[in-house]
Design a protein. Structure first.
Length: 95
């Protein structure tokens, strides 16, 4: 795995973890009882994007390390998930 592949893998892992972290500890304006005019009651009351990004990064780094380590060790390869055998090499007849 090259450096660009590692960065792309980290970006994908980070984005997936971010979507999991977003709804955690979310307090809506409706739950607080203070709905700002022009917004939905389900809008966040106190949204802290920086804290969500830090939590996401703290979780994404070890997850990325496990996935990258598995790829680099060769424990799982692309051929392991080739269920339709499209990567198999044709047999050569020796006549």
């Amino acid at each position: 795995m090259g450096p660009v592949s590692a960065i792309v893998l980290f970006a994908v892992v980070w984005a997936m973890v971010f979507f999991v972290v977003l709804p955690l500890r979310l307090t809506t304006q409706g739950e607080d009882g203070e709905v700002v005019a022009g917004t939905h009651a389900s809008a966040p009351a106190d949204f802290n994007l920086g804290r969500k990004a830090k939590v996401t990064t703290l979780w994404a780094v070890p997850i990325w390390a496990v996935i990258a380590g598995t790829i680099l060790s060769g424990a799982i390869t692309v051929r392991d998930i080739d269920w339709f055998e499209r990567m198999s090499t044709p047999e050569v007849s020796r006549d």
